[in-house]
Design a protein. Structure first.
Length: 101
């Protein structure tokens, strides 16, 4: 364990307040799938991620921002050419940790 720790070989686990919940909203990233869906995505597909906070955490503009982002996600889903080229995702960073690389 300690050799792996000092060598930086231990995996990172990101926490989520929603750990164990099976369903995510459309386009929602969770702590446990952020790296897979963003960093390991198909290089031919652009991944756009909106980082949101909950309004109750002091982000008054986040309610409007979520609505605008949902409209963008919906518009991309309606056009097959856009769906092939873009992934439109979001993460509630008041609920899910994520890497900042």
């Amino acid at each position: 364990f300690f050799e792996a720790y000092y060598a930086g070989d231990l995996p990172t686990y990101w926490a989520s307040k929603d750990e164990g919940k099976a369903k995510s909203a459309a386009g929602q990233l969770r702590a446990w799938d952020f790296e897979e869906k963003v960093f390991k995505a198909d290089p031919k597909t652009a991944v756009l991620v909106a980082f949101m906070n909950a309004p109750e955490d002091g982000c008054a503009a986040c309610t409007e921002g979520r609505s605008v982002w949902a409209s963008v996600m919906h518009a991309v889903q309606l056009k097959s050419q856009l769906r092939k080229r873009f992934q439109i995702l979001w993460l509630d960073q008041s609920r899910d940790e994520h890497p900042e690389e």
